[in-house]
Design a protein around this ligand. Structure first.
Ligand SMILES: Cc1cc2nc3c(=O)[nH]c(=O)nc-3n(C[C@H](O)[C@H](O)[C@H](O)COP(=O)(O)OP(=O)(O)OC[C@H]3O[C@@H](n4cnc5c(N)ncnc54)[C@H](O)[C@@H]3O)c2cc1C
Length: 390
């Protein structure tokens, strides 16, 4: 069978791949995007209706320019497509007691978020426990000594719509999509890369791998040693009636105890749905991604409600409306990897996951496309290099 040629092949069209393909097409590059499924889909890390976005990214300063630029790109895409992608309902990061909670590698996540808000001149309010109680009665009980950070420019994005919109825009700009084809091998050929995608073989000048939880399988070492995949569960609980949620309620992250597990996050009730999406995080690595259990048991629902919802979020019942399973792909320091593959020439790896990647994805796509076209990106990506794990 003949080999198809392109300038750039993007492997994986989830959050990072769809953004990268769109930006490459926008830059006039002859690009092909390949996915094992038909994105947007519910098999990877980018489904479940909503993703929090916030400018004061408590995970670290290197992320701030990415999320800022992403907010601009979501708005540009909305203007082009007419789709609602970014809901700027504000975001509230809070503790419910004086105890600090670590999250995504930051020892005191709320304090870190406040510090970043100050350092980067991000509009925000620091709230005392009584101010949180007064303005946001849907959370709590909030104990004395608790602290809150409210950022009006934050909110949530709609992941499936963002992916679909960028893929449609990429195609309109001339990109080719190959779906239902699994890339099984990448072979460097001096000047290019041979890509085996299902029954097809492509030769690309460059390849960008955005394969989410499947990255380690495709890329081998050092990725198989660095990346762990963790099962996550998302829950939509029915609202109590009459609802105490105001018409505009923020996305939130609520740290309610000292342990890594004492944290939950959620979204405002979506009008007409009568439920609220709430989740927490687990960092137990799967032995194999084939072993991922995509069902959510009654025991898990019960535990989620008891440990995370009851006593922390008022106005939500224990009645489950729906639940979904998703995955985090996590590096040892919870940070992203955006770098060249150390042994496969002309292959770039974008493993921007670790549970907090979506908000940055539009700008990551742009920066990776710039790096691919001109060798450098406007936003500095050096914090995401592989060498930090050497
Ligand atoms: C439960 C949960 C909650 C989250 N909450 C937030 C949040 O509130 N805010 C936030 O910013 N981020 C959040 N994140 C993180 C964010 O969603 C992820 O960082 C992001 O979606 C990861 O995108 P990705 O492109 O790396 O992976 P994916 O979207 O999974 O994409 C990978 C793609 O590669 C394809 N693929 C893989 N292997 C191959 C192959 N060999 N051949 C062809 N195709 C292949 C897959 O089919 C898939 O489409 C959350 C993640 C989860 C799971």
């Amino acid at each position: 069978m003949s080999e198809e040629r392109c300038e750039v092949a993007v492997v994986g069209l989830g959050a990072m791949g769809a953004a990268t393909l769109y930006q490459l097409a926008k830059a006039g590059v002859k690009a092909v995007g390949i996915d094992r499924f038909a994105p947007p889909h519910d098999q990877g890390s980018s489904h479940g209706d909503t993703r929090i976005t916030r400018l004061a990214v408590g995970e670290g300063a290197a992320y701030v320019p990415l999320v800022r630029r992403s907010h601009q790109i979501w708005r540009e895409l909305e203007a082009q497509s007419g789709e609602a992608l970014f809901e700027q309902c504000g975001v509230l990061v809070m503790s419910s007691s004086a105890t600090t909670t670590s999250h995504h590698g930051a020892a005191d996540f709320t304090a870190n978020t406040i510090e970043l808000g100050r350092t980067y001149g991000i509009a925000h309010e620091v709230l005392t426990s009584s101010q949180i109680r007064e303005r946001f009665p849907q959370f709590g009980p909030i104990r004395d000594g608790a602290v809150g950070y409210f950022e009006p420019e934050g909110g949530f994005v709609r992941p499936e719509r963002c992916i679909a919109t960028q893929l449609e825009a990429a195609q309109a700009l001339g990109a080719t999509l190959i779906t239902g084809a699994t890339v099984s091998a990448l072979e460097s050929l001096g000047g290019g890369v041979r890509v085996k995608a299902g029954e097809r073989t492509l030769v690309a000048d460059k390849v960008i791998v955005c394969a989410g939880m499947w990255s380690a399988n495709l890329l081998g070492e050092p990725f198989s040693a660095l990346l762990k995949v963790c099962r996550q569960t998302l829950y939509w609980f029915k609202l109590a009636e009459p609802t105490i949620f105001p018409e505009v309620s923020p996305s939130f992250i609520l740290a309610h105890g000292p342990g890594e597990a004492d944290i939950c996050y959620g979204f405002p009730p979506i009008p007409g749905e009568g439920s609220m999406k709430i989740a927490t995080e687990q960092y137990v690595a799967l032995n194999s991604i084939d072993a991922l259990d995509r069902t959510v048991s009654a025991a898990e629902v019960d535990e989620m409600y008891r440990k995370q919802v009851a006593g922390n979020i008022a106005g939500v019942t224990s009645e489950l409306v729906k639940a979904r399973v998703c995955t985090y792909t996590v590096t040892p320091d919870f940070g992203f990897i955006i770098d060249d593959h150390p042994t496969l020439d002309n292959v770039t790896v974008v493993s921007a996951c670790s549970g907090h990647g979506f908000k940055h994805s539009a700008a990551i796509g742009e920066a990776v496309a710039q790096r691919c076209v001109s060798g450098a990106s406007q936003i500095d990506l050096s914090a995401f290099s592989l060498s930090r794990f050497a």
